[in-house]
Every structure is written in structure tokens, then in C-alpha cells.
Design a protein around this ligand. Structure first.
Ligand SMILES: C[S@@+](CC[C@H](N)C(=O)[O-])C[C@H]1O[C@@H](n2cnc3c(N)ncnc32)[C@H](O)[C@@H]1O
Length: 720
């Protein structure tokens, strides 16, 4: 891509860099014409779309190699590595290869099921057996393994049916005998177990909460359109929920998260049937993403028909299991990328996401043209505000993407100035409207919270809450929420669906604003403004950035040298941003003597003191040293690592006190800090841990409502 860019004549680069939306047809046409006659462009396309260069296709040889490595690890008892190799083999194995009896994929599922059983991952083992049986229902090994997994799960009735099936389809006499002895074992186990355990499904059920809020889209000065509520809303209410219009997993999560629902992948990952890139958490997600639907061999039905009726019914139920049944509404999502060619694995996420939007256009188009389709998306864009370099990149990617779509999946999009300029607009819409899908994770010093076992008496346990970025998505109504550094709603994700919940009381006609990342209290005003300018290309007009607030003044402030003075001393970076806010504040507002701001500002006239290094209250000068809240937090971690729990708890509490000054006492930031405090309290058996847990629970339920345990399962672990 860099070679292409370097070869573009300077005059054309300037023309594109200086262009407005009105110039897009001309700039698109000129760049397209240049590329058309430029050989390296065609070479690049060949690398991106020619199956000969495809690195992401299926390969039987590569699958057999991984299978062999898996077998070696298995025979050495190295089950974790065997599991990885079998999954790699499944990723590469051609699904349509071989007949029912000699099906490589079915064999790999059985091998993986055996490893999963050895690792006591029984539900996962059961699912892999079922997948093997859907391809090959006369496979005795798969029925046998399924029977054993069901028995270990306490599902004795199913276990007996599985073994009965295994015996029926097993051809050798010795094999039949082995199954009979296993049947006897299970029968004995069943008799000695008084209560039959229920099957524990490894599923997270979503809570069906429906938003009760009437939202309206209105025009807001200096911010464009925005969302307001018709009625007053109390904190903790679900204001909006929405499925994505288009979504894509981030590259760094390709091996750890489901490419459809974006949840953590289980041990029995399901690969795409036609290429080696996506992994899914279930066959259902695989099919929903637009991959091939499971093809059940015709012989399967004749095998089932020949079975005694009760066994036949049972086998049919297993094979048609719920994992294989699903609706395929979003059939376009991965289908057009699924040829094993390189472009969708190589191009930046927002460009591949644009490809997914174009795939929707291809699917939905009746008589409408692309210009009308883009208008109908009703997303704002930032083309005019983009840097010249970024405008050039957007042009290049638009042309490359259109060629990739046409050549790799026969999209038949006309590649002309109109289409290219509309794709430029879509990419610039992605820049300002994409939401990053995140998951909450708790991370502790011992890595124990991932296992969620018993609470360990680990000598250095602290838990931090981390936000893991897993995907990028476009929500059509969700993109109408403006940003505020002092948000009153909070966005989170259940699978790939967006939920927006109020965190403060909102009056009727009040604006609903979420944070695009920066918030008052996390970063100072200057950093927030820079971030929003660089990432989203707008000058933030929110109250946090235009009105004075205590946190912006004290977050990076230093105490006054005068020990009797509570005034704040700012460095030059902070002063440049706060000066105007403080002046306006002095001019327009009377300061309440009880307000905390009164303690750090001279209410009569702070303006003459607003100089770097000078106290805002008394004007004394001081040399600047690091701020305190971060120091308290780091100290708590350090003491924890040294094993001095009392000191680490004290510092954690001090840090919470400081945060309570900067934020509302029910802000989620306080809950995150409380998770750390509580983990220390629990590891030393301090009884006040319960108070911390209750407070964390209260704050989480305001931010996540009934979804709290689903979004942050560590909460249940702490309660337990
Ligand atoms: C996701 S869109 C939000 C909806 C948008 N206002 C519209 O009319 O479609 C993001 C864009 O809204 C505007 N915006 C959002 N929050 C803003 C704020 N705090 N200050 C100024 N502009 C804002 C910016 O133009 C930004 O690029």
C-alpha cells in the first residue's frame, strides 16, 4: 500500500488532500485512472484476491500436519497443546472433503472430544461428539465418547442411549464387548447415585429487558443531531438497546473471541467451513455469520431409518441438535470474504467493515443506487475535517476495496467515480460512528480470577477491572448519541448488542450523552480535547470541556506551598486549557462558599493568579511534583506485592477517598477501585469485604442493571 501511495504524483496527492465532498467525484476519477495504468496496483490486487496467493484457504495437507502434531502431544499427555493442534487442524481441514465414513473433520472432532474429556471439559466434549455424529452418525467412537461424557455429567439416560447406539453401529465383536462393559459401569454408577445431576449448559442467557424510554432525535447547536428523552428518566434505566448494522472483530482478538457474537471462545471452537480465518463459539454463530450451512450427508437419513424406532428417534434428536438449527438473517456478514483470499485478513478493520456494509447494499438493493443507499444510512461523516494524508488513504482503500469485492466474490459493483466517492464517504462515516465493542475483565496478580475457582489465600492478590476491546460496530440509532466528558448514560455490550443505560437522573427533554472514551476525572481537559480531535475529529463542546469543574483543576494540580492554603497549583499544560474556563466561571457565577471549588480558587479574583506554578487561591509559587491520587493507587499495588496488606488496604481506601472528591460517590470508577480493595479484604479475611461487595453491586446495577452479572461475572465470584 505504501508503494502505491509513494507513486501517486504530488499534484494528485495535493488535489485529494485539499478536496471537499463536492470534489470527490473528480478526485476519485483521477486516482482511479492513475491506478488503472499503474502495474504495481494490479500486482497488489493479485496478491489480495488471487486464490493462488491465498493464505487463508483450506488445505488438507496442512490439516493432516496439525493433526499429527496433536496426536503426538496427546500420546505424551500434553492435552493443552493437543487441543490447540486439533483446533488448528479443524481450521484448515476442507469440510466437503471425503465421504461420510472417511471424513477428516469428523475424525478431528472425535480426537478433540477425547482431549476435552481428558481435560474434564465435559460439555465441550459432548458438543464435539455431536458435531462428529452430524457428519458421520455411524461412528461408534463418537457415540461411545458421548456416552462417557454424558455419564460423567450425570445424564445417565442419555449415556445409556449413546452406548446403545455405539454398540449398534460398532462392527467388531471386541468393540461391542468393551461397550457392554462400559454400559455395566454406567448402570452401577447410576444405581449408586441417588440424585441425578442436571446437565449444566455452558450458556450465558441474556436478560430480556426492554427499554421503556421514548427517545427523539433533535438538532443541537454545535453538535449536529443528538438524542433527547421525551420523559424524565431515573438513573439505572435502560434507555436504548440495538443490534449492530455491521460489526467486525478486532485483529488481536481473532483467536480468542467468537467472530460473530464477540464473546470469549470456548475450548471447542467452531471453525468456518470454507476458510481458515474465523472461529466461532457455536455452529449457530458460524451459520449466522454467513458461513456455509451444515450439509448432512444423504446417507445419514438412511442409517437412522434402519435403526430400531426408539434409537432412531434418539439419534435423530442428537443430530438435529439445537447447535445446528438457527436463523440466518445476517447471511452477508462473512460470506463475501469467505474465499480464503487475503484481502479481508490484511486490510484495516474499518475498511473490511465498509466491505460488510457494501455487502448489505448488494443484498438489499432493489432499484436503488449507491448514493441513495448511503443517504439512507443517515450517518454523519467527517470528510472535510480529515487530514490530507487520511483523505488520500481513504481514496486508495475505496478503490482497492471495490476491486477486491468484485474480483473475489463477483460483487458486480460498478467501479466509477460515483461509487468510489460514495465508498470514500462510508469510510469517513466509519471513522466517526464506529463504536468499540468492549468486554469487562478482571485481572489479578495471580491470573486466578479467570478460573473463578475458590477465593485463594494468595500472598499478593489484587484485582483490577480491565476493558478489553474486542470489536468495532455500527449502530444506526446508537450513532446519534453525542459525546460528553461528563456523560449521563453508559454504553455496554451484551454479545454484539448495544445497551445504553442512564447513570444520572435525566429531566424530560434532557440530552442523553455518552462518553466516546475520555471523561472528566480520568484525563485532564487538554488531553481529552486532543484525543477527541485526533480520533473523532471534533472540537468537544460538552459541559466538562467548557465549564469549570473541580476535577479538571485538581486532577493534575499540586498543593500550595503554603500549608494553611488549600489552593491548587497548575502546570503550564493545564493552565492553557483551564484559563478561559476559570475566567468565564468568575464572570458568570457566584461561588457557593460550601462548594469544594471555593477551597482551591480565590473567589474574588483568580484570573490574575492563573499562571503556571502559582497557587490559584493565594498566588504563592511552588516547584511542581507528582499528583496524589495515582500515587496512592500505585502505592496500594506495591504494598500488596510486598505482602503488606494493611498498608495496601489503607492506601486503597485513601485512593477511594480522593476519587470520591473527584467523582460522584456512585461513579463506576469508584466501583473499579472497590474491586481492588475488596479482593485484598477477601484474601486476608477482612469482614468489611461484604460492605465493599454490596457497594460494588449497587454501583454496577446502576450502570448495568440486570445485566451486571452477565457483563462482569467476577461479581458473582466475589459474592460467593
Ligand atoms: C457519532 S456522531 C453523533 C451524532 C451526530 N451529532 C450526528 O449529527 O449524526 C459524532 C459526531 O457528532 C458530533 N459531536 C458529538 N459529540 C460532540 C461534542 N461533545 N461536541 C461537539 N460535537 C460533537 C461530532 O461532529 C462528531 O463527529
Amino acid at each position: 500500500m505504501e508503494t502505491l501511495k509513494a507513486a501517486i504524483p504530488e499534484g494528485l496527492k495535493r488535489m485529494i488532500g485539499d478536496s471537499t465532498v463536492d470534489d470527490l467525484r473528480a478526485t476519485s476519477s483521477s486516482l482511479h485512472s492513475f491506478f488503472h495504468h499503474f502495474e504495481p496496483f494490479h500486482q497488489l490486487l493479485t496478491e489480495l484476491v488471487d486464490p493462488k496467493h491465498a493464505l487463508c484457504g483450506k488445505s488438507k495437507d496442512a490439516a493432516l500436519e496439525s493433526k499429527q502434531l496433536g496426536n503426538q502431544c496427546f500420546s505424551k499427555g500434553n492435552y493443552a497443546n493437543a487441543l490447540d493442534f486439533y483446533t488448528q487442524a479443524l481450521r484448515k481441514a476442507p469440510f466437503e472433503d471425503g465421504d461420510m465414513e472417511n471424513n477428516l473433520v469428523a475424525t478431528l472432532y472425535i480426537n478433540r472430544a477425547t482431549v476435552l474429556h481428558k481435560m474434564s471439559l465435559l460439555t465441550e466434549c459432548l458438543r464435539d461428539c455431536t458435531r462428529a455424529l452430524q457428519m458421520c452418525p455411524s461412528n461408534a467412537k463418537a457415540w461411545y465418547r458421548r456416552g462417557k461424557a454424558n455419564a460423567s455429567l450425570g445424564n445417565y439416560k442419555d449415556a445409556m442411549c449413546d452406548l446403545n447406539m455405539a454398540k449398534t453401529v460398532e462392527s467388531s465383536l471386541s468393540g461391542k464387548r468393551q461397550i457392554e462393559s462400559e454400559e455395566k459401569n454406567i448402570f452401577d454408577q447410576c444405581k449408586s447415585t441417588s440424585t441425578v445431576r442436571q446437565r449444566k449448559e455452558n450458556t450465558l442467557t441474556t436478560v430480556g429487558e426492554v427499554p421503556q424510554v421514548m427517545l427523539q432525535c433533535v438538532n443541537i447547536p454545535e453538535k449536529g443531531r443528538g438524542m433527547v428523552s421525551s420523559n424524565a428518566i431515573s438513573p439505572g434505566s435502560l434507555a436504548h438497546s440495538e443490534e449492530p448494522y455491521a460489526v467486525i472483530i478486532l485483529k488481536q482478538c481473532r483467536d480468542s473471541h467468537c467472530h460473530y457474537c464477540l464473546n470469549d471462545l470456548p475450548a471447542d471452537k467452531v471453525p468456518c467451513r470454507s476458510c481458515s480465518v474465523p472461529l466461532y463459539c457455536s455452529q449457530q454463530c458460524q451459520t449466522q455469520a454467513g458461513g456455509q450451512v451444515l450439509r448432512i450427508f444423504p446417507e445419514v437419513h438412511s442409517i437412522i431409518e434402519k435403526l430400531p424406532s426408539d434409537l432412531g428417534e434418539y439419534a435423530d434428536k442428537v443430530i438435529q441438535g439445537h447447535d445446528s438449527k438457527c436463523e440466518t438473517q445476517n447471511i452477508t456478514e462473512h460470506k463475501h470474504e469467505c474465499r480464503g483470499v487475503n484481502w479481508s485478513a490484511v486490510l484495516p478493520s474499518e475498511v473490511v467493515l465498509t466491505g460488510r456494509i457494501l455487502a448489505r447494499f448488494l443484498l438489499e438493493r432493489t432499484s436503488e443506487n449507491i448514493t441513495y443507499f448511503v443517504e439512507k444510512l443517515e450517518l454523519s461523516h467527517c470528510y472535510e475535517r480529515m487530514l490530507p494524508e487520511s483523505k488520500l488513504d481513504t481514496h486508495i482503500y475505496s478503490i482497492v476495496l471495490l476491486y477486491c469485492l468484485n474480483r473475489s466474490c463477483g460483487a458486480a459493483l460498478s467501479i466509477d467515480e460515483v461509487t468510489i466517492s460514495q465508498v470514500v464517504i462510508i469510510i469517513s462515516q466509519m471513522k466517526v460512528n464506529c463504536m468499540t465493542v468492549v468486554r469487562l475483565k478482571s485481572k489479578d496478580a495471580c491470573g486466578l480470577s479467570d478460573q473463578f475457582g475458590d477465593f485463594p489465600s494468595c500472598p499478593y492478590l489484587t484485582s483490577n477491572v480491565e476493558q478489553v476491546r474486542v470489536g468495532k460496530a455500527i449502530y444506526k440509532a446508537g450513532s446519534l448519541f453525542n459525546h460528553s466528558c461528563q456523560p449521563n448514560v453508559h454504553a455496554y455490550f451484551i454479545s454484539r448488542n448495544l445497551c445504553i443505560r442512564t447513570t444520572k437522573a435525566i429531566p424530560a427533554e434532557g440530552h442523553l450523552e455518552l462518553s466516546y472514551g475520555p471523561q472528566v476525572g480520568f484525563w485532564d481537559c487538554k488531553d481529552r480535547l486532543n484525543f477527541l480531535k485526533e480520533e473523532y475529529m471534533f472540537q468537544c463542546q460538552c459541559t466538562g470541556c467548557s465549564e469549570v469543574n473541580l476535577s479538571d483543576i485538581v486532577l493534575n494540580a499540586f498543593c500550595c506551598v503554603n500549608s494553611n492554603c488549600f489552593g491548587a497549583v497548575l502546570d503550564s499544560r493545564v493552565v492553557s486549557c483551564e484559563k478561559q474556563k476559570i475566567k468565564n466561571f468568575m464572570r458568570h457565577l457566584k461561588i457557593d462558599k460550601n462548594d469544594d471549588i471555593h477551597k482551591v480558587l480565590n473567589q474574588n479574583d483568580a484570573s490574575h493568579h492563573i499562571q503556571p506554578g502559582y497557587c490559584l487561591k493565594c498566588g504563592s509559587y511552588r516547584d511542581l511534583v507528582p499528583s496524589r491520587a495515582a500515587a496512592e493507587d500505585n502505592l496500594a499495588q506495591a504494598f500488596c506485592l510486598l505482602g503488606d496488606f494493611q498498608l495496601s488496604m489503607d492506601h486503597c481506601k485513601a485512593s477511594i477517598k480522593i476519587l470520591e472528591k473527584l467523582y460522584h460517590p456512585d461513579d463506576i470508577v469508584i466501583a473499579y477501585e472497590l474491586v481492588k480493595l475488596c479482593s485484598i479484604q477477601l484474601s486476608v479475611g477482612d469482614g468489611s469485604a461484604m460492605d465493599s461487595i454490596n457497594r460494588i453491586g449497587d454501583i454496577f446495577s446502576c450502570y448495568y442493571g440486570l445485566h451486571a452479572d452477565l457483563v462482569f461475572p467476577y461479581l458473582q465470584y466475589l459474592r460467593r
